[in-house]
Design a protein around this ligand. Structure first.
Ligand code: FMN
Length: 148
């Protein structure tokens, strides 16, 4: 079975709740979800996955969390991401989603095929954003079927 890697960083649990819902979508349609924190995620795990989802809240000033998620992303390139379906998600508070727009552009620049525009939730994810996460998980399984 093709693996779908869901890797996330979450300080207070909001993005973690989204990650778990993505994983639920994957498993509910028979996919193999590999749910990992950013600190446990290696480039090799990313390379082995047929499709991906990354989650991180807006931190700093509209950037990724800098100790664990930023180094993970900075260490990825075409070998890990090229042509792969990737969903992005995360929670925010006072901003307008700039961190997610920047992240989407960055991952496209690294060769990933970014699904939609990134799922964002204001603080604790509501039903609407959790449903989007669930649907993302289901869709990634379909995309993985066609991955080489
Ligand atoms: C150090 C720090 C920096 C933050 N920077 C931003 C920011 O730039 N823009 C924003 O919208 N929210 C910002 N937030 C709010 C978080 O994105 C928000 O609390 C989010 O729900 C945290 O998600 P989590 O529970 O997955 O950690 C920041 C929070 C912290 C603790």
């Amino acid at each position: 079975m093709k693996k779908i890697l869901i890797s996330y960083w979450s300080g207070t649990g909001n993005t973690e709740a989204m990650a778990k819902r993505v994983a639920q979508g994957v498993t509910d349609v028979g996919g193999e979800a590999v749910l990992k924190k950013a600190a446990e995620t290696t480039p090799a795990l990313v390379r082995e996955a047929a499709a991906l989802a990354f989650g991180c809240p807006a931190m700093g000033a509209e950037v990724l969390e800098e100790a664990e998620m930023e180094p993970l992303i900075a260490g990825l390139g075409a070998a890990e991401l090229g042509g792969k379906s990737l969903g992005l998600f995360g929670s925010y508070d006072w901003g307008d989603g700039q961190w997610m727009r920047d992240w989407v552009d960055r991952m496209k620049g690294l060769g990933a095929v970014v699904e939609d525009g990134g799922i964002i939730a204001h603080l604790e994810p509501d039903n609407d954003s959790l449903t989007k996460c669930y649907e993302l998980g289901k869709r990634l399984v379909g995309k993985a079927e066609f991955a080489s």
